[in-house]
Design a binder for this molecule. Sequence first.
Ligand code: HEM
Length: 231
Amino acid sequence: MPDHSPVALSTIGKKILMGATGLALVGFVIVHLAGNLLLLSPNPDHFNRYAHTLESMGALLYVAEAGLVFLFLAHIYSGITVYWCNRRARPQSYKKSGRAGGVSRKSSSSTSMIWTGLILFAFLIWHLWEFKYGAGVEQGYAVQLGSEVVRDLHRLVVESFQKEYVTLLYVLVMILLGFHLRHGFWSAFQSLGLYHPRYTGLIYGSGVVLAVLLAVGFLFIPVWIYFLGGG
Ligand code: HEM
């Protein structure tokens, strides 16, 4: 008989929250990659102008950032609580883990979602500390854009990716991002009830393509800058 207890229902609610916030975050990651690809332009002004335009949005930027913080926190909260609920429901892990096959699509990335997620969270804190809250105009990272002096974010990013360990860590984390997205995309459709046997292959395949494009797109940036110096 299906379990309709409040605990089971709240777990379903959290899975829906995890799926919806996850898909919204995929949207953010796509837009973020598109903007960051300007780092590959030979003219640093292109990226700095883009970053400055975002910064100049004022209240609109604060609203967007508050929304982003909510999405990340809700996603992390629901991810961790669903993981604990699943563990409590099955305290002993399977003796032998493996691919479930068929429609469940259990794979190495589905079992490691919690770990790739936690590593991405740690990465995000380091990432924001380094770039968003890193050196600015006051620390000499300034550049003239037309009549304005703005933050030279391009220089900050290029200097970071000229350090071997930073580039290496970014490459590793972007590969983990790919694994997280590959399973997360598919899983979100299931949690939101947006699946049909006819579209199983299409949704799973789209998740794989999206994950590869995003991971390769992101890791290409530090590698390019490391080898070619950026700009
Ligand atoms: C090569 C990879 C990446 C590069 C070069 C990059 C670059 C940047 C830069 C320069 C900023 C600061 C923007 C500013 O202060 O105006 C930033 C902010 C941010 N990045 Fe990334 N990023 C990368 C990957 C990622 C990934 C994979 C995620 C998410 C999983 C991410 C999430 C964020 C977030 C949430 C912000 C703050 C946005 C805001 O509040 O305006 N980044 N990134």
